[in-house]
Design a protein around this ligand. Structure first.
Ligand code: GTP
Ligand code: ZN
Length: 354
């Protein structure tokens, strides 16, 4: 396997040169388990750990490697290596960390395209598509929509669902498939590009595993576990979270990916709700909330039927969540700053008594 097949690019190679990382091996993080990283190189795989220096200079969790990252490593035996540097990330999919308010957790990096997967039966919701779109735009990942399980509904019903999506979301590629009858699968295979990285976003049960099994030609990703021994004398079992698809695409699928979305507070709203943002520029008041103001062009468009009511409601809801998230971050920063000051004063006081 070559590094290019793993997604290595010209600009990464340039970075490697410019930062004098030529003496290191380069690899991509394909799974992470308790600060141990499985790194795939052109010829092998290494169970890796970051060097102390990288740990000390890390400002936050975001400075640690994540699945999808390109890293510079130095092996010290056949299976183990040290990570010396993390290459700059092209895209970052992240979410609010569980239980830690205002903190973000990186799910995966360097993904080029995301498939937003919805089933046409119970799961179907355009609000949810808009939510995932916002996540993609915030991550700088290019979105595409896949409707699955079309074998379960009549063709006329499918046409009306597609029309409903198109009414609100005009410019994102849309595919309709069945993992049972394989209708539409070829169309997906055709657009997947060699050396580009993909992920599947969507609720549980919509057919993500079925689709990734079909695209990778594997039976089950879950049985694809490997055992690696660590130099702490413990055995960890990790799953490969990065799969090479049959036509050369790279699919990143890790447990965290399944949690992106529903509880997430999203950025990227501007790109998702382009029409509303454009209208908002014409509002009479700069700080218009588009809820009751006179001279609000968003409300005007709604009244005239030029703007979709449910899209408008979904926008307001996601704006509120975003505001809430931003205020928790601000609060956390204030707390951290306060703590920093306290420590500084404490050290000053200690020095006085020396
Ligand atoms: N009829 C029909 N059933 C499907 C299709 N795709 C998946 N299923 C079924 O739906 C169920 C869930 O599919 P999965 O592929 O496991 O869904 P998933 O999105 O990976 O779910 P999680 O692993 O929970 O995230 C399984 O019973 C599949 O057999 C489809 O296109 N048509
Ligand atoms: Zn307004």
């Amino acid at each position: 396997m070559t590094l290019e097949e793993l997604g290595y690019t010209e600009s990464l190679a340039t970075y490697q040169k410019e930062h004098h990382l030529d003496s290191f091996l380069v690899g991509r993080v394909i799974s992470e388990h308790k600060e141990r990283y499985l790194v795939r190189t052109a010829d092998s795989e290494y169970d890796s750990e970051i060097i102390g220096n990288l740990r000390f200079t890390a400002n936050s969790r975001a400075d640690f490697p994540a699945v999808g990252d390109w890293v510079a490593i130095s092996p010290f035996n056949e299976k183990d290596a040290l990570i010396h540097a993390v290459f700059p990330r092209k895209t970052i999919i992240e979410r609010q960390a569980v239980g830690k308010h205002g903190e973000k957790q990186i799910i995966a990096t360097n993904i080029d395209y995301a498939f937003i997967v919805l089933a046409v039966d119970r799961d179907f919701s355009i609000n949810r598509i808009e939510r995932y779109l916002s996540i993609c735009y915030a991550a700088k990942v290019i979105p595409m929509i896949i409707l699955t399980k079309i074998d379960l509904i009549e063709d006329s019903e499918l046409q009306s669902l597609v029309a409903k999506v198109r009414n609100r979301i005009t410019d994102v590629p849309l595919f309709t498939i069945s993992n049972e009858s394989f209708i539409g699968i070829e169309e997906i295979k055709k657009i997947i590009q060699k050396g580009k990285s993909y992920c599947l976003l969507g609720s549980s049960g919509v057919g993500k595993s079925s689709l990734s099994n079909i695209l990778s030609g594997k039976q089950s990703m879950k049985t694809d576990a490997i055992s690696t021994s660590t130099n702490r004398g413990k055995h960890v079992t990790s799953h490969r979270e990065l799969l090479i698809l049959e036509n050369g695409g790279i699919l990143i699928d890790n447990p965290g990916m399944r949690e992106v979305g529903m509880t997430d507070t999203s950025e990227g709203l501007d790109q998702t709700f382009e029409q509303i943002i454009a209208l908002a520029k014409e509002c009479k008041f700069k700080d218009c909330t588009h809820t009751s103001e006179l001279g609000c062009s968003v409300l005007n468009a709604l009244e005239k039927g030029e703007l979709d009511q449910s899209s408008y409601e979904n926008y307001l809801k996601m704006e509120r969540e975003k505001a809430h998230f931003e205020s928790t971050i601000a609060e956390k920063r204030k707390r951290d700053k306060h703590f920093g000051k306290m420590m500084k004063n404490f050290k000053k006081d200690q020095n006085k008594f020396k």
